[in-house]
Design a protein around this ligand. Sequence first.
Ligand SMILES: Cc1cc2nc3c(=O)[nH]c(=O)nc-3n(C[C@H](O)[C@H](O)[C@H](O)COP(=O)(O)OP(=O)(O)OC[C@H]3O[C@@H](n4cnc5c(N)ncnc54)[C@H](O)[C@@H]3O)c2cc1C
Length: 530
Amino acid sequence: MTKPANSFDVAIIGGGHNGLVAAALLSKAGRRVVVCEALPHFGSASQTSTLMPGMRVPQCAHVVTGFPASLIRKLKLKRHGLKVLQKNMPRVALDPDGRHIPLGSSSKTTTEAIFHWSSRDAEAWKRFSTRLDALTAALLPLYTGNAPELVPAAFDDKLSWLRLYARERRRGRASFQNLLKQMPSNVADFLDLALETDLLKGALALEASLGSYHGPSAPGSMFYWAWQRASEASSRSGTLQVVGGPAALTDALTSAAASTDADLRVAAPVASIRIENDAAVGLVLENGDEISAPCIISTVSPKTTFLNLVGARQLDTGLVLDLENIRMRGASAKVNLALKQLPTFAKADEALLSGRLLLAPSLMDVERASNGQKYAELPHLPVMEVTLPSVLDESLTPEGRHVLSAVIPFVPFDVEGGWDAAKDKLTSQVIKTLGDYAPDLPDLIMAHETLTPPEIEARCGIEKADWHQGEIAFDQALMMRPVPQLANNRGPLKGLIAGGAGAHPGGGLTGRPALNAVDAALHFTKEQRR
Ligand SMILES: Cc1cc2nc3c(=O)[nH]c(=O)nc-3n(C[C@H](O)[C@H](O)[C@H](O)COP(=O)(O)OP(=O)(O)OC[C@H]3O[C@@H](n4cnc5c(N)ncnc54)[C@H](O)[C@@H]3O)c2cc1C
């Protein structure tokens, strides 16, 4: 029997990269799938801005972090147009005077660069990175796949705890103690105890804070850093630069999903999720259209999904309270520039400038920058991660011209005095800081774009401009994510699955939450067919 036009096996809310990954995988597996995206375009953060004719720049997200190579293969994304320019994109601690420290290259190159600053740190670097890598490695098995269950009932869940325990036992008592000691601690102490070079500590503290609300002195910031490193390490290719920027990932995913007949709808905001007898039965769109589907994957934040789209009336009071208490507060802005030519950074060749440039003179500068947002103020001296994607990607600009993309952390969503007054100030501060590193840069600007956190929410659909749809912290991670009652999609409402950044393991262009959601949806729809 053919199904009516608005009847599907799985309906997906949100067409960011997680929604598209889920759509492509499920339709490839033979499920009838619809995606409803509120904005007039797919891809949320993975869009391109045209700053002026012929000059394109990644609008919000500028690199693809931790997207599994196996998923690129499985969805044949290269056949759908994805071209990888760089794998394991290196990071660089940028120095205005040219004494840069490349962080992601071979340890030898890093150690030599550090030696110019401090022989003590050059000697300490190997020990330091080994300790940091050990923390990352300990979290990696928790990052991929479902979160371990708090009270394991199934044999597989018990086994996963045992495996974890056995792995840590094998590493030895010291490693296990290190893990327990460091995870609740803070980045600033970890860096201060091991290293003395301001530039190195500043860059590492910035790396550790990207996408987080907190600065490096916050308790638990070590967990966030190690978790983000696990995210990168979860793909053998680490962080990717792709031709055309992250928007090319959106395009390839859209094409892959369309090729298997997924129904992809933009400008289709979902008003509510229909629930009957504690089970999801479909969606109601804002234009009144109804879609019926026994399985819904929501890639909108769990807070909005359950409290607004389902409605508190359908939920227990305890669950409502926990959902209301999820901390979701993004604090990133974006500044994009079109440049007449490549700016002159001291002693930096194109190879160095094709990496992720960390502009943070010291740990204290990162900490100070993080303070303002607590009081709804702009950072006095912004720190930032900068990429110059056109150094390698000729598709973005005419020959000789360049674009620059800067992610600015610690920018409050609501700013004292309002954004009308603060936006130009933020832009000027960022350009001034960039000018400290490349003095000719301010005169090379042909066009610019600043996206404040509220604009990131409105234009990219990222709620509260929060990278993770809910802070990644001990009490909001793993089996506590998004809240304990909903972990691993074992919520009270049958068929309703969380598949966006707000679910385990969190945000970034990793596709991981979608992979977990797809497993749950395949399992659910198989059961339904029996
Ligand atoms: C400034 C900034 C820079 C970043 N840079 C990077 C980076 O360089 N690399 C990286 O890996 N990550 C980066 N991130 C993080 C990354 O963008 C997010 O983690 C990622 O977008 C999460 O994807 P998602 O698909 O889970 O959810 P989202 O991207 O939040 O997508 C959710 C989608 O749902 C849609 N939607 C919302 N409500 C409805 C509704 N009612 N009906 C229908 N649709 C709806 C939204 O419009 C949106 O398209 C950055 C984030 C920010 C804010």
